[in-house]
Design a binder for this molecule. Structure first.
Ligand code: OSB
Ligand code: MG
Length: 376
């Protein structure tokens, strides 16, 4: 289908709230119910979906479900409504003058990718040039009540088939938690995520972790401390991986040039969308820097997007993309992603995101809805 002009006729925003199968505790707080904004974008023939991963509370970054709703409804949706969707580069130019708010932007872009894939009869993975049919994954384990409870939780995830464990850490719940897992599982692939809970003056605790044979330590210092991470990386043997600090390909270049990290966690929503995420992948691939896909407790919509991205060749470390059942009892889209016996999850191969909306569940989890129609 060449030169097909697909006008964006209508966009529907939904604020969705879903109960997690168990609370998720990090250094920045506890999540019981996860909020997100679901974007539904319609052309005459095709509907695409996107997920905005901003949560109800600004603990991971400044964006929230509320700010995303504001930025989408007042600025982003009006900037694209009535426009022709020809390719993603042109699509993002419609709102490139709007500063910040990467998660809001990424959700709109995700819906556009879904439409483009469906119109060209190609999966997102095919559009990106992804080679893998399945991707290696692990599980991200929240802070538990005690080290013993943590080990018990990890045992059950390992029984489920996860071969890589990431645990959340914070000051006072770090070395001993990691040591308890290492003692029980001397061989397991193990890593820690601090979500920026430490200062450079805490470097001693990270030095002590050098004996634990960790794959990586994720985002130990503040998100605006790319420079300070370079000093920490010089002091410790374990590789630092940056998450919150990397909002664009230029941040990635700066962090790698400075020696602030040796690994990058790529989350398309954190960097404004899949287009920028692929650019960061390409830059890292060129430099032989390993990347993996992070997660934001997505529904199956965002999970499909993460799997497509992680099918690219440079995603050589296990990603935070767990089976659907690790997150929600009931999801808003099919398929339910399952863990294969080799700790991998299959990449969707159907056109676009490769998912189908469960309208009954979507409606029942929606707490607010607004329809925007083009008058052009
Ligand atoms: O820092 O990687 C993170 C979840 C919410 C916010 C931040 C993070 C996370 C996770 C969960 O670690 C990963 C997942 O979706 O499985
Ligand atoms: Mg992280």
């Amino acid at each position: 289908m060449n030169n097909v002009i697909v006008k964006i006729e209508e966009i529907v925003l939904r604020h969705v709230v879903m109960r997690l199968v168990e609370p998720f505790v990090t250094s920045f707080g506890i999540t019981n119910d996860r909020s997100c904004v679901i974007v539904e974008m319609k052309t005459a023939d095709i509907t695409g979906y996107g997920e905005c991963v901003a949560k109800s509370y600004p603990g991971y970054s400044y964006e929230t479900t509320g700010t995303a709703w504001h930025i989408l409804s007042d600025f982003l949706v009006p900037a694209v409504l009535g426009k022709d969707l020809t390719d993603i580069e042109t699509f993002v130019k419609n709102y490139s003058h709007i500063k910040g708010h990467p998660m809001a932007k990424a959700s709109l872009e995700m819906a556009a990718w879904d439409i483009l894939g469906k119109s060209q009869n190609k999966s997102l993975s095919e559009l990106f040039g992804g080679m893998k049919k399945s991707v290696e994954v692990g599980v991200s384990v929240g802070i538990q009540l005690s080290s013993e409870a943590l080990v018990e939780r990890v045992v059950r995830y390992i029984d489920d088939g996860y071969r890589r464990i990431k645990i959340k850490i914070k000051p006072g719940r770090d070395f001993l938690d990691l040591k308890a897992i290492r003692n029980t599982f001397p061989e397991i692939l193990l890593q820690a995520d601090a979500n920026s809970a430490y200062r450079l003056s805490d470097s001693e605790v990270f030095l002590s972790m050098d004996e634990l044979n960790l794959l990586l330590i994720e985002q130990p210092l503040a998100e605006d401390d790319i420079y300070e991470h370079s000093f920490l990386q010089k002091q410790i043997k374990t590789s630092i991986c940056l998450d919150e600090s990397i909002l664009s390909v230029s941040h990635a270049k700066a962090a790698l040039d400075l020696g602030s990290c040796r690994i990058i966690n790529i989350k398309a929503p954190r960097v404004g969308g899949l287009l920028e995420a692929v650019k960061i992948h390409d830059e890292c691939y060129k430099r032989d820097v390993p990347v993996w896909s992070g997660g934001m407790l997505e529904t199956n919509i965002g999970r499909a997007s993460n799997l497509a991205l992680a099918s690219l060749a440079g995603f050589i470390l296990p990603s935070d993309i767990s089976a659907s059942s690790r997150y929600y009892e009931e999801d808003i889209a099919w398929p339910n992603f399952v863990l294969n016996r080799d700790s991998t999850i299959n990449v969707p191969s159907e056109p676009g995101l490769g998912i189908e909306i469960n309208h009954k569940n979507l409606d029942s989890f929606t707490v607010k809805k607004e329809v925007f129609r083009s008058n052009r």
